[in-house]
Each structure stands twice: as structure tokens, then as C-alpha cells.
Design a protein around this ligand. Structure first.
Ligand code: SF4
Ligand code: SF4
Length: 335
């Protein structure tokens, strides 16, 4: 990461954290924008390709990005659906870069061989690896592994920072060592996250064939692998939190007296420009149309839940709950 990006992100995070600590007007430093719900895959746990396929055009995305900049956002994640389904993804990234955002893109990379130029200006690429080819396909469907390792290898060889995300299901439990060896040999890093349930963008349930204790043991195993210096980007506070989660069939709940930083430190915007504190609460709370209203003024400052296992959200929450330990690790992870 360039020094200018580090300073800009550090400043934005610091002001966001301060606003959170004094319970002032929300000032998210990070936003995730789903550029489309469309996807060429049908992963067993994902609902995105089955919901509204319409999305904002470039002029309206410019309005949205201007709004995000005014709000103090500096870190922008472009997600989906599959962002590479959009022919104008390169233009979207260019608009974001013109406004000084640090930009990551989540992609399954199955379309990369046909359109490598679409990811050229991304600062970081997230992709998916749920295990070896058999377990990845079991979770994500036919064609989901095709060309992915070649794309990862080419992006890493071109110097693009890359993190592969493993959604932890019954299919991935026995594959940690193989995934980490692959990461070590090619030169990327791994993030692990629990399967989410019970919200608009996901479907299915956590397999009842895996006990909660087995899941907890899985997360404890990752802590041990991380301590050995293996390429796990998930932070230690995150892994420890998950190694103590009571029931993995529940992804989020409201705990009285517990704060959540969603909406204050980060937010999610759907393909039509509707904003929510985080992706998980889409369908559970009233959105703000960011093309028409400011987040600070229009958001009711409430989240329907305050504790969760929702992978990226949990990492962000820890940045606000335990700023010192989580931030120090993040600096090492993303610098
Ligand atoms: S998880 Fe990603 S790749 Fe899979 S169906 Fe959903 S959007 Fe597509
Ligand atoms: S606890 Fe907060 S971050 Fe987690 S799902 Fe609920 S609103 Fe989102």
C-alpha cells in the first residue's frame, strides 16, 4: 500500500473511531458497494443472483461516490454479485480512484481470463477458495473452480495484493493445510469466515452434521496456524471471537448493552444506491437512498443486531471495539 493511502486511511479511520467513541454523528471510513446482484455462479449459500438484477449506471455511481467522499469514506469495497459481470467495472474503479478511494474488488475470478483489464486498477483483489477443487465445487457449483488458480497466479505475479476467502462449511473443514500450502506456494493470503444464515443475501442453513464444538475447534486450529506465521490475514481477535461463538446456526443477534460499529464505522450500499449499516441487515432495517439523502442525517442510528459472526463485519467491529490490537494487526495485514 502506498504511503499516501496509508495516511489517508489512517486519518479516516481515526476520525471515524473518535466519532464512534463519543457517539457523535456517524462518519464511516469504509463502504462496501455491490455494483450488481448478477452472478455467473450459483453458490449454495448465496442469494444474490436470485434477487433484483438492476443496478446503477455510471452517472448515478458518480453521484454516489461524491456522496461517499463528502461523508469521509476512504476505503471502498466493490462487491456483488460478481462485479466482473459489469462491462464497465474498469470505469467504476476509475471513478473511484479519481475520488481518492482505496479500492478492493471481490470477484470469483472465473471471468478473469476473458477480461483481465477490468481489475487492472484495483488496489486489492478478494477471491474465493473454499477448499480443494472437489469441496469448492461442492459448495459453489459447477464451473466455480475453472480458471481460478490460473487467475490468482497471474494476479500475484503481476504484483496485485490478493486475499482468498474461505467460507467455512462442512465441505471446507478438512482443507486448511492444503489451502495454506497453496497460498504459501503462490504468494497470497487467506481469510476464513463462517457461513452466514438468515438474511436477504444468503440462503440455506449451517449443516447440522457439524457440531458447534467442531466449528470452535476449527477456529482454534486457525489460531495455532496463524501463530506459526502461516498466511492467514484474519486477525487474532477475530479468530479468538469465533473460537468462542456459542451457536454457528445463528449469525447475529441483539445483545443489550453491546454496541455495534455498523453504520458508524462502515456501511453497505446495494446495487440501487440504498444504504444499510451492513450487508447482513439488508431486509431487516429501513435503508437510506444515498442518491437523495445524506447518511448522517437520514440514518436512524440503530442496528437490529449487535453481535455477529459475519466475517468482514466482525473484523470491522473489532477495529472499533478493540482498536489497538485489531488496528495493529490490520496495518500489518494490509500494508
Ligand atoms: S457467493 Fe459470490 S460467486 Fe457465489 S453466487 Fe454469490 S455472488 Fe456469485
Ligand atoms: S452485529 Fe452489526 S455488523 Fe453484525 S450483522 Fe448486526 S448490524 Fe451488522
Amino acid at each position: 500500500m502506498r504511503l499516501a493511502d496509508k495516511l489517508a486511511l489512517g486519518y479516516a479511520y481515526g476520525t471515524s473511531l473518535l466519532a464512534y467513541m463519543v457517539d457523535g454523528p456517524p462518519r464511516p471510513f469504509s463502504a462496501t458497494f455491490a455494483v450488481t446482484n448478477r452472478c455467473n455462479l450459483r453458490c449454495s449459500y448465496c442469494n444474490c443472483p436470485l434477487i433484483d438484477p438492476t443496478n446503477l449506471d455510471l452517472p448515478r455511481i458518480e453521484v454516489l461516490f461524491d456522496r461517499l467522499r463528502e461523508m469521509g469514506v476512504r476505503r471502498l469495497g466493490l462487491a456483488g454479485g460478481e462485479p466482473m459481470m459489469r462491462r464497465d467495472l474498469g470505469d467504476i474503479i476509475a471513478l473511484a480512484k479519481e475520488r481518492g478511494f482505496w479500492v478492493s474488488v471481490n470477484s470469483n475470478l472465473t471471468l478473469f481470463a476473458r477480461h483481465p483489464e477490468r481489475l487492472e486498477r484495483a488496489d486489492l483483489v478478494y477471491t474465493s477458495l473454499d477448499g480443494d477443487e472437489t469441496s469448492h465445487v461442492a459448495a459453489r457449483g459447477d464451473g466455480s473452480y475453472d480458471g481460478v488458480l490460473a487467475a490468482i497466479t497471474r494476479l500475484v505475479a503481476d504484483g496485485k495484493p490478493l486475499i482468498a476467502i474461505c467460507v467455512v462449511t462442512e465441505h471446507s473443514l478438512g482443507h486448511v493445510d492444503a489451502l495454506l500450502r497453496l497460498a504459501e506456494s503462490i504468494g497470497f493470503r487467506m481469510h476464513f469466515q463462517p457461513q452466514c444464515v438468515d438474511t436477504d443475501v444468503v440462503r440455506g442453513a449451517v449443516s447440522s452434521s457439524v457440531s458447534n464444538e467442531r466449528f470452535r475447534a476449527f477456529w482454534r486450529g486457525l489460531i495455532a496456524e496463524k501463530r506459526k506465521g502461516r498466511p492467514i490475514v484474519s486477525s487474532s481477535p477475530y479468530l479468538e471471537f469465533l473460537s468462542r461463538w456459542e451457536d454457528f446456526s445463528i449469525s447475529a443477534y441483539y445483545a443489550p448493552g453491546v454496541r455495534c460499529a455498523a453504520g458508524r464505522g462502515f456501511l453497505y450500499i446495494d446495487p440501487l444506491g440504498k444504504a444499510y449499516p451492513c450487508v447482513y441487515v439488508k431486509g431487516k432495517t429501513t435503508p437510506v437512498d444515498l442518491l437523495a439523502h445524506g447518511w448522517r442525517e437520514a440514518w436512524n442510528r440503530e442496528t437490529p443486531c449487535t453481535r455477529c459472526t459475519v466475517g468482514p463485519m466482525l473484523e470491522f467491529n473489532l477495529l472499533f471495539e478493540r482498536p489497538l490490537s485489531a488496528a495493529v494487526e490490520s496495518i500489518h495485514a494490509y500494508a
